[in-house]
Design a binder for this molecule. Structure first.
Ligand code: NAI
Length: 486
């Protein structure tokens, strides 16, 4: 394009008069053979999400080659392996949140960030509809109920990394009565509930029966999320509650309910046995081969897989960790190409992370369906792979223009390489499964816990986060946990 043809980028909401420095940065100037300046517009790459996949792309993308737009309702990256520890105050919330503005500031000049939800897409016009919800925390009731604002953003290439959310599998009462553990807001809700429950149960007028119900804490789902949360809960009771309210601490019961015959189906059998043994030792009651069928206000209905018998169990707190599903936007995009995107679990992608049937759209992480499990490691490796692929193709204009259809000519397909699995199980113990020399080394116990902690400190997104988490752990060891919330 010649300089006279410049427009202010593709955002329809952008003020045309503000073509100042930031807009000009989106263009690169090339001198032609006739010495006439030719200004070429950079391709707009829209990244949906600020999770493991999208944030890793942001870190690895050559942002001089693209006009990058990051869109997410969450303005921070969340280090999810430590989320269960935030529920009981082992780690402070902010320690595992990395502001996206910091990342944007560090990694690129040509990056815009919109704190908004992408609610619709027109893949033909290459247009996204963004919605910003009203200020939820506003004390002004009028502002809190104002209609959400909407805007539109155009893209040349789109990467969908919207992730997953909890799955209730349509079980009655779950949405209304259970707590979840997927986002930081969920962890804060659990922390508040724990604090309230302890205070309520220690209030003089509570009957013994009611106290026993209140102090029954149920975790549904024996995957890594459920197991890690049960472990953290045990630590809170054992290490802190037992000092603050010893009589009450003795009455707290933790039950973990799993539909399958054992917990942690994706881990090695030895580690499963070790975890189950440790849970027994720590007083965590395991109900395996038991499926939760309904959650009522103060009781849940479970069915024994062997006998088919249904029982009602009173509870005070229930945390639903029974699995995840792709977020709504993945289904919105699927609905645009229903004949090809016919898997209800998420976006079908190929080995080059291309969304099948949707030109110029890539997807990664928990919102996709592929041969890889929905793991943070997978999303992170996919992000790195895609950023490198796009960087290498951006060296050549034609190659970049054909990036979606011809990517296989330029790069090798994405292949996931497992770095192993780790999970904290409580009582300063963890389990680890590490691939080494074509074998899998397994370990469980305090040493594995040290390994898990080192991994967390190493993998945290910034030195600031690592220092904050290390400080939290030291403070916890010296002063105990802090579960106060207002
Ligand atoms: P998950 O899908 O791994 O586990 C959920 C469990 O809940 C399953 O074992 C399922 O049988 C059970 N379940 C489902 N419905 C039930 C019901 N009605 N009653 C009783 N039990 C029921 O989910 P999770 O733990 O949230 O993990 C999601 C993904 O993230 C997985 O791929 C997991 O491997 C990964 N992840 C890995 C971690 C690690 O490696 N440390 C930590 C957290 C997540």
């Amino acid at each position: 394009y010649y300089a006279t043809n410049i427009s202010v980028g593709k955002d329809k909401d952008k003020d045309n008069r503000s073509i100042g420095k930031s807009a000009q940065r989106c263009y690169s100037t090339v001198i032609s053979s006739t010495e006439q300046p030719i200004v070429k517009k950079k391709k707009t790459l829209a990244l949906l999400g600020t999770g493991w996949g999208s944030t890793t792309i942001l870190k690895n993308l050559d942002t001089d080659k693209f006009d990058v737009v990051v869109i997410s309702p969450r303005n921070y990256f969340l280090f999810t392996p430590l989320l269960p520890s935030c529920t009981v105050g082992t780690t402070e919330n902010r320690s595992i949140m990395e502001p996206i503005r910091h990342i944007v500031g560090r990694h690129g000049k040509n990056i815009r960030f919109y704190e908004a939800q992408c609610t619709d897409i027109d893949p033909v016009a290459k247009e996204l509809v963004l919605e910003r919800s009203a200020d939820k925390d506003s004390h002004n009731s009028v502002a809190a109920h104002t209609v959400a604002s909407t805007t539109r953003v155009n893209y040349d290439y789109l990467v969908v990394g919207v992730g997953g959310t909890y799955n209730t599998f349509g079980t009655p009462g779950v949405q209304e009565h259970a707590l979840f553990l997927k986002e930081m807001g969920d962890a804060s809700k659990i922390r508040r509930r724990l604090k309230d429950t302890i205070e309520k149960a220690s209030f003089g007028s509570v009957s013994e029966e009611e106290r026993s119900r209140l102090l029954h804490m149920v975790v549904v789902g024996g995957g890594p999320t459920g197991v890690e949360f049960a472990g953290e809960l045990h630590d809170l009771i054992e290490e802190d509650l037992s000092k603050w309210v010893p009589d009450l601490a003795k009455q707290v019961k933790i039950t973990l309910i799993e539909a399958l015959p054992h917990v942690l189906p994706s881990f090695d059998k030895k580690l499963v046995d070790y975890t189950q043994l440790m849970f027994k030792k720590n007083g965590i009651r395991l109900m395996t081969s038991t499926a939760v069928k309904e959650v009522k206000q103060n009781a849940l209905v479970v069915r024994d897989a062997d006998t088919g018998l249904e029982t009602e169990i009173p509870y005070g707190t229930i945390v639903w960790a029974a699995g995840i599903r792709a977020r709504e936007f993945a289904h919105t995009l699927r609905s645009k190409v229903p004949e090809i995107q016919n898997n209800g679990r998420g976006l079908i992608i190929d080995d080059f992370l291309r969304v099948k049937g949707a030109p110029n759209i890539w997807a990664l992480g928990d919102c996709t369906v592929s041969k890889n499990a929905p793991l943070a490691q997978v999303a992170s490796q996919q992000g790195k792979w895609l950023a490198k692929a796009l960087n290498s193709m951006a060296k050549d204009d034609q190659q970049l223009a054909d990036a979606y259809s011809q990517i296989e000519r330029s790069v090798k397909p994405f292949v996931y390489s497992s770095n192993g699995s780790l999970a904290y199980i409580g009582g300063e113990r963890a389990i680890a499964e590490i691939p080494m020399f074509n074998k899998s080394i397994t370990a469980g116990g305090p040493l594995a816990s040290l390994f898990w902690k080192s991994y967390c400190l190493w993998e945290l997104f910034s030195v600031r986060s690592s220092m904050s988490v290390a400080t939290d752990w030291i403070k916890r060891a010296i002063f105990g946990r802090h579960i106060s919330v207002d």
